[in-house]
Design a protein around this ligand. Structure first.
Ligand code: ADP
Ligand code: MG
Length: 243
């Protein structure tokens, strides 16, 4: 299988604080990778680096063989291929739900308004929210907002989807509907990198789990390996707290 994401020697420093200390890994097409680890260990910084929302201090990020850190890369074009879903949804509050979904494909010249409108209808039907198309995000529950944010990312037909703790801001009763949509998207073959606290999701849906600690990936394995046979005391301690 194709390596769609390649990270080589990634380091990231904020002032004196070296958060990522040399990360080398890759993600194959269609893989679902869960990232776990203690708070503050650099999971978000790593994820944000994959579409250059954070600029690496050192190292390379390659998407489909194209080095994002190289000067002559059109980063906006590359970002269209790598969608991102945030903890706080980041929907535009002053736009209807339909327009939230249509915005990027139209503004970035990927679709005509008619095509984007059709796509929005299809995506909202898929998540059972077509009747909300002309409402504003405020009228939705947290779970509905996050499902809209996910299909908004899908509207661009990305090759990779990054998720940063997509269920952490939700009331517990809404977590399931968001995880279910993510499972469906994974089952369709989307390459996904998911920072998550949901160990159940990581176990069930991920092909691979990466454990971050102290600025490194310290374990990398199948859910079975990472959850049932953790090698390091650090991971054993972490799992003891979260499971
Ligand atoms: P995690 O997502 O694993 O909780 P983060 O990647 O958000 O961790 O943060 C890792 C470390 O980097 C923390 O110490 C955090 O304070 C620091 N950090 C993150 N973003 C910035 C920033 N923009 N400026 C300075 N420090 C930052
Ligand atoms: Mg984070």
């Amino acid at each position: 299988m194709n390596e769609i994401i390649k990270i080589e020697g990634l380091r990231k420093r904020f002032g004196d604080n070296e958060v990522l200390k040399g990360i080398t890994t890759s993600v194959k097409q269609g893989e679902v990778v869960a990232i776990i680890g203690p708070s503050g260990c650099g999971k978000s910084t790593f994820l944000r680096s994959i579409n250059l929302l954070e600029e690496p201090t050192e190292g390379k990020i390659l998407i489909d063989g194209i080095d994002l850190t190289s000067r002559d890369v059109d980063i906006n074009k590359m970002r269209q291929r790598v969608g991102m879903v945030f903890q706080q949804f980041n929907l535009f509050p002053n736009m209807t739900i339909r327009h939230n979904i249509m915005l990027a494909p139209v503004e970035l010249g990927k679709m005509t308004r008619e095509e984007a409108d059709e796509k929005a209808t299809e995506l909202l039907s898929r998540i059972g929210l077509l009747d909300k198309a002309d409402s504003y995000p405020d009228s939705l529950s947290g779970g509905q907002k996050q499902r809209v944010a996910i299909v908004r990312a899908l509207a661009m037909n990305p090759e990779v989807l990054l998720f940063d703790e997509p269920t952490s801001a939700l009331d517990p009763e809404m977590v399931g509907e968001v995880l279910q949509l993510m499972k469906d998207v994974a089952a369709e073959g989307m390459t996904m990198v998911v920072v998550t606290h949901e160990m159940g999701f990581a176990r069930e849906v991920a092909n691979r789990v990466l454990f971050f600690s102290d600025g490194y990936i310290t374990e990398d394995g199948t859910p079975e390996e990472v959850f049932n046979h953790p090698k390091s005391p650090r991971l054993q301690e972490f799992l003891g707290k979260v499971l």
